[in-house]
Structures are given as structure tokens and as C-alpha cells.
Design a binder for this molecule. Structure first.
Ligand SMILES: Cc1cc2nc3c(=O)[nH]c(=O)nc-3n(C[C@H](O)[C@H](O)[C@H](O)COP(=O)(O)OP(=O)(O)OC[C@H]3O[C@@H](n4cnc5c(N)ncnc54)[C@H](O)[C@@H]3O)c2cc1C
Length: 387
């Protein structure tokens, strides 16, 4: 069956960038719909550690650069949405922590990074006295800082945004993008979507979509590979960064799971882990966590890891881009938020790039299937123990 629809704007890709963009476009009066190839947030968003960075991690060199300021401004937007003062209303999003900690491993470099973080920021980290530290920081020497950074469950964020736009989400595979028309295949047939503009928010998938639209050369992309560690068992809920100079040795966030608590571990460990096999990587992860959290008892813990890619606009030297990327080429807008926390700002930039909507409403025909939510990485992982 083939069907033709006429709308203002089609969003391709249902991660955090796509869902915030859809929401912003609809609020700006666009007849907007979204297509997702497989599952909402598959790739980066459900792998995200959910930290609504207020710029601290990016200021470790001692100077709060543009991106630290931008992340701080985005954090303000989040505060509004999370308390119901801004749109969309995200008051019900599952908050895992309202603060994080930062501590260092011994050495002068670690101390310099801590000083930088304290000097340079708009959200001043506060030094935590020995008596006020969480028990899991026992055994850590030197200053411990408390950061006013909220940590959310990214999958729950996607679920809330998807709830707001139920009839506007389709599971479909884009087959062609030509001026003014996109063809997409669903399990119930082919959809021809006539639209004034197409917004590409497909993360890693943007590369192939841009090629389909004849724009591959205009918008080159880079992938930064990571291997994230996961540890589960009878563990405390840990949220924070262990730093060494300007590097974040490990960033640990936590969630509950049927086995107790699961730690999701990124940072420099994950960057280096991209070049290691799982067995070598898990040995390294165990050594790093023992060094960074000397008081933690990990003897009965189970371990796992998974590879994931960050998808971003290409930069010289393959470094992290300094800010969100939203660029328009004719009827096509390409978006990489670079961080989850920046997605609402990216969405606002898309609305600016697309101009006013027609004021019409759009929803998919009832037979078009909706995409499921991607699982959290630890929900589908294989686990092992050290003998
Ligand atoms: C391990 C890790 C930890 C992170 N931690 C944080 C953090 O703590 N805080 C923070 O602010 N940022 C964090 N980030 C960054 C953040 O997760 C990303 O910047 C953000 O999720 C990117 O969202 P996105 O929607 O652009 O891409 P994605 O989340 O990758 O979503 C792309 C979507 O498009 C779909 N898709 C792909 N191809 C197609 C196609 N052809 N047609 C239709 N759909 C398609 C995919 O299935 C997916 O649903 C982290 C990233 C990683 C990898």
C-alpha cells in the first residue's frame, strides 16, 4: 500500500535531538511528524549517563570556555522544564540524583584540575567536609567537591517526550530524500511524505541520510568510539567524576536494577577502552575503579561492557566539537546536539532555521506502527564475575 501525506516538517531520527525538535516544531505551529528506523534513542541517547552538565567537567583546564558557559545556559533551560516553568513540562522525568561529587586521585595534576573547576565556573562547586561525604568516598584523599548537577534517566526522558507526541511518531525506514518529498517504508506499506523541510536528527545515521540527500560532502561527520563499563550487585548509588589533571579518569552514574544497583562508567576509561577487547577492558575497569574508589567492595560484583559511538560534526583533529551543530542546506537541516543537555537548545535553533509553521496539525494514519523505546544498556547485557 502506498499513501501520500502533506506536512510542514519531517523529523528523521527519534533520539533526544529528534524528540525535542519535534516538540519545539509542534509548539511553533508546524504540522510536524517524526520517523524512527528502529527504536527511540537507540545509539547515543539510551547510552547517555544522563548528566545535565552545568559546565564543570569542561572547565577542568582552569578556564570556563564557551562550551562551559553554553552548557551552563542549557542547564538553566532544564531547570525551567523540570519544575514546570518551561516547555515541554518535564516535571515527571525520573531524576536519579540532584548532585554529583568530584574527587581526585593523588598527584599535583589532580589538584590543578580541582582548582580550575573551583575558580572558573558560574555554578560554584562546594568543598565537602570529611563528615559530610558519602560513605562510598571513604578512603579518598584530598578535597571532595559537591556539584549542583542533576542526573536523569535518559530513557524515561524519551518516554515522557514520546507520550506528548504519541500519534506523531512512526517506525519507518527512509528510502529516499528529494526536494520536497521523502519516501519511507513501514511494515504496513510505503509512505510518501511531502514536506517543506526535513530535519535530520539520526545521530550516526545522519551520514547515510545526508548522502541520500546529496549533502554528504557539505556536512562531514565524525564518530568517537567509546567502551562503557557496567558493574552491578550490592553497591551504593554513586554519582561523580574522579579526575586527574584536566582528564576525567572515570565518570560513574548509577541506577537500580533487579540485582541491586548498576554502575554505568565512562570517562577516560571509556575513551581508551574503545581500542580494547572486552576481557582486557574489564581488567582495566576493575583496576581503575579500585584506584578511584579505594573504599568500594567489588568482590561479588558482576561486570559487563559495551561499545558505542558518539556521532558529531567533523572537527580538526577529531576533537569534541565546542557546541551544538544545526545547519540548513536548502530544504534539509542537519542536527547534532553533541550532548544530551544541549538538545533543547538545538531544537530551538531548528525552529529558528525552519521559520513559521502553517498552524495545521498532523498525525500519522492509525495503521502506521509506532516505534518502541530502546532498552537501557544494562538491560540486555551479558555479565561475568572475576574468579
Ligand atoms: C556513553 C555516552 C554517555 C553520554 N553521557 C552524556 C551525559 O551524561 N550528558 C550529556 O549531556 N550527554 C551525554 N552524551 C551525549 C548524548 O548522549 C548525545 O549527544 C545525544 O544523545 C545525541 O542524541 P541524538 O538524538 O542526536 O542521537 P541518538 O541518540 O543516536 O539518536 C538517533 C536516533 O536516530 C535513529 N536513526 C538512525 N538512523 C536512522 C534513519 N536512517 N532513519 C530514522 N531513524 C534513524 C536511531 O535509531 C536513534 O533512535 C553521552 C553519549 C554517550 C555515547
Amino acid at each position: 500500500m502506498s499513501e501520500t501525506l502533506s506536512i510542514d516538517t519531517l523529523v528523521v531520527g527519534g533520539g533526544v535531538a529528534g524528540l525535542f525538535t519535534l516538540d519545539a516544531l509542534v509548539r511553533a505551529g508546524h504540522a510536524a511528524l517524526l520517523v524512527e528506523r528502529e527504536a527511540l534513542g537507540l545509539g547515543q541517547t539510551t547510552s547517555s549517563q544522563g548528566i545535565l552538565h552545568a559546565g564543570v567537567k569542561y572547565a577542568l583546564g582552569g578556564v570556563a570556555g564557551d562550551d562551559a558557559q553554553e552548557a551552563g545556559a542549557a542547564a538553566e533551560m532544564w531547570r525551567g522544564m523540570m519544575c514546570g516553568e518551561g516547555a515541554p513540562d518535564l516535571r515527571k522525568v525520573r531524576v536519579l540524583a540532584r548532585e554529583e561529587f568530584m574527587w581526585r586521585t593523588a598527584g599535583l595534576m589532580g589538584a590543578a584540575g580541582m582548582l580550575g573547576a573551583r575558580m572558573a565556573l558560574r555554578t560554584r562547586p562546594e568543598v565537602v567536609g570529611a563528615a559530610d561525604r558519602p560513605a562510598w568516598l571513604a578512603g579518598v584523599r584530598g578535597d571532595v567537591l559537591r556539584l549542583g548537577e542533576t542526573v536523569i534517566d535518559p530513557r524515561d526522558l524519551l518516554a515522557r517526550l514520546a507520550d506528548l507526541h504519541g500519534g506523531r511518531l512512526a517506525r519507518a525506514e527512509v528510502q529516499s530524500i528529494a526536494d520536497g518529498e521523502v519516501q519511507a517504508r513501514t511494515t504496513s506499506g510505503v509512505l510518501s511524505i511531502r514536506c517543506r523541510q526535513v530535519v535530520l536528527t539520526a545521530g550516526e545515521g545522519n551520514e547515510a541520510l545526508l548522502a541520500m540527500a546529496g549533502l554528504a560532502a557539505t556536512e562531514p561527520m565524525q564518530r568517537r568510539p567509546l567502551r562503557q563499563a557496567m558493574v552491578r550487585g550490592a553497591l551504593p548509588m554513586v554519582f561523580g567524576h574522579c579526575i586527574d589533571g584536566a582528564k576525567t579518569r572515570v565518570t560513574i552514574t548509577s541506577d537500580t536494577c533487579p540485582e541491586g544497583v548498576v554502575w554505568h562508567v565512562g570517562g577516560e576509561l571509556a575513551e581508551q577502552g574503545a581500542r580494547q577487547d572486552e576481557a582486557t577492558f574489564l581488567q582495566r575497569a576493575r583496576a581503575e575503579l579500585a584506584a578511584c574508589l579505594p573504599g568500594a567492595d567489588l568482590r561479588d560484583a558482576e561486570w559487563s561492557s559495551y561499545p558505542v559511538q558518539r556521532a558529531e560534526p567533523r572537527t580538526a583533529g577529531g576533537r569534541r566539537p565546542p557546541s551544538t551543530h544545526v545547519l540548513r542546506h536548502g530544504a534539509c537541516v542537519a542536527v547534532w546536539p553533541v550532548k544530551l543537555v544541549m538538545a533543547p537548545r538545538a531544537a530551538a535553533q531548528v525552529v529558528q532555521a525552519c521559520g513559521a509553521g502553517s498552524g495545521r496539525e498532523a498525525i500519522w494514519p492509525a495503521h502506521v506502527p509506532a516505534p518502541p523505546l530502546a532498552p537501557r544498556p544494562w538491560e540486555t547485557a551479558a555479565w561475568s564475575r572475576f574468579e
